[in-house]
Design a protein around this ligand. Structure first.
Ligand code: UN1
Length: 491
């Protein structure tokens, strides 16, 4: 049985508790490995190691930090297939998507490696003669990365890489379901030559580990991706200590399909966005806002295609939809089927936990489409995080935009239309962090900001240049070389 440990101060070590937990493949129930179970004492050790390493890492030339990230990117490329396989075994997504998840980490490695030679500040004129004015980015210190199980490679890289290239050190607490993938990522950093203590890994539960990280006085920033409920609790705790927090939380993402749209293209985009990763993406399309003229046709086309999707292990090349991550998630998702039916939504396809043959060993839910959903129903308002989507008929563009905006979240949205005016209306009036025209709600690229409005977060963005703002502070520097007192705003 494979055993996985913490990585603290450059050493792989067991948690102080001496206890372990295990993880099972969500498609088959087979045990993947055992993991050391950490608590607040291990968090103390990890933060101390990171704080110590910060003193030298902040002075390590940024281009050299970037070179280490570049090597990380190369190693991830070499291991992409193996990592993807292990990811599928650990959290269930189909192999091609697991490859995409690793690729997103590779993309981030190369992008942030380049930041080693950028990290632009501003040089501006000073108001007095013989005076210099400029701004530089400064690292915050010890940064905590608390990450979810649905993108076990991509999301850790979004948090860890910008932090490292700008001179922060990191304490990494992955979701316990995907601890092995976190170990694999940290192994790559170690092999790439990252100095001891710069990146530390603490395995364990949110309650035992996450909580201790959030409350630790020497953690400067908490970068968290997960549920809105947990994110709110993190924000409250951090606020008491004036810590910076970057939150990436829920979504209730909509695809608008107007009557002039290319319906074939829309159907492909909806299926990919609603059922990719078994609907377990923050960006998943769990609402389809369809013009009444085409909503029945769209619903039946979606039902026909969704009904033909093959459930199974993500390692099997013929599988379209893998399992959901755990039994508790399966039950949570399935509970929404009854909610939708009770609210009067029409079940167009799916709706059952799948238990035929081999599927009984794992946590499988049929891809599910509800038709004739009203915008105020719970299945049209609450994040389900599973393979369930709801078609909401609307009468015109105004109503489509209003329905799209009328949820508590604001991560991603999409519109299918051939009318350029409607496309620009959507860009202007839909209040989300990410917007697609003639594409589904998933598939963000790492060179643009990722994040959302309203209850999706707290105003920060990951990826792209925006990521640097989260992990640095500005220092404005004035150099007076006049040799005398020059009073700003007065002389
Ligand atoms: C997430 O669901 O938390 O845009 C991240 C996408 C992916 C990232 C999703 N590139 O769907």
């Amino acid at each position: 049985m494979a055993q996985f440990k913490n990585y603290i101060g450059g050493k792989w070590q067991d948690a102080r508790s001496g206890q372990e937990f295990d993880r099972r493949n969500p498609a088959t129930g087979e045990v993947i490995g055992t993991y050391t179970r950490s608590d607040a004492r291990d968090v103390d050790d990890a933060v101390a190691a990171a704080a110590k390493a910060f003193q030298s890492w902040r002075l390590y030339p940024a281009p050299k930090r970037g070179e280490i990230l570049y090597r990380v990117g190369q190693l991830l490329m070499e291991r992409k297939q193996q990592l993807a396989r292990e990811m599928t075994e650990e959290m269930g997504k189909v192999l091609t998507e697991a490859g995409g998840d690793v690729q997103e980490g590779i993309d981030m490695a190369f992008y942030m490696a380049g930041e080693g030679r950028r990290q632009w500040g501003q040089t501006v004129p000073a108001e007095s003669p013989n005076k210099w004015a400029m701004s530089v980015r400064k690292p915050l210190g010890v940064v905590a990365a608390i990450t979810p199980w649905n993108f076990p490679m991509a999301i850790p890289t979004w948090k860890i890489m910008p932090a490292l290239v700008t001179g922060n050190t990191v304490v990494f607490k992955p979701a316990s379901y995907t601890s092995r993938m976190a170990v694999r990522l940290v192994e790559v950093f170690e092999e790439a030559g990252l100095p001891a203590g710069v990146l530390n890994l603490v395995l364990g539960s949110g309650q035992d580990v996450g909580d201790a990280i959030v409350k630790h006085p020497d953690v400067a920033l908490i970068s968290f991706t997960g549920s809105t409920e947990t994110g709110t609790a993190v924000n409250v705790e951090a606020a008491r200590r004036l810590k910076r927090v970057s939150l990436e939380l829920g979504g209730k993402n909509a695809i608008i399909v107007m009557e002039d749209a290319d319906i074939n293209n829309a159907v492909d985009g909806i299926l990919w966005s609603a059922f990719g990763t078994s609907g377990q993406r923050c960006t998943a399309a769990s609402r389809v806002i369809a013009h009444r003229q085409i909503s029945d046709e769209l619903t039946s086309r979606l039902a026909e295609r969704a009904g033909g999707m093959r459930l199974g292990s993500g390692l099997d090349a013929t599988t379209d939809v893998g399992p959901v991550v755990s039994q508790s998630q399966l039950e949570r998702v399935h509970a929404y089927i009854a909610v939708g039916k009770n609210e009067g939504a029409e079940l167009a396809v799916g709706g059952e936990i799948a238990t035929q043959g081999e599927l009984a060993r794992g946590h499988f839910h049929q891809p599910t489409v509800f038709g004739n959903v009203r915008a105020d129903m719970r299945i049209a308002q609450e994040e389900i995080f599973g393979p369930v989507t709801a078609v909401i008929p609307v009468s015109d563009m105004d109503e489509a935009v209003a329905v799209a905006n009328n949820v508590q979240y604001g991560l991603s949205a999409a519109i299918y239309t051939r009318d350029v005016n409607r496309a620009f209306r959507a860009m202007q009036d839909i209040y989300t962090g990410i917007l697609y025209v003639n594409a589904g709600t998933i598939g963000a690229e790492i060179q643009l900001p990722f994040g959302g409005t309203k209850a999706t977060g707290n105003g920060h963005r990951e990826a792209g240049q925006a990521a640097l703002d989260v992990v640095t502070e500005w220092q404005s520097i004035y150099v007076d070389y006049s040799g005398r007192l020059q009073r700003a705003q007065i002389d």
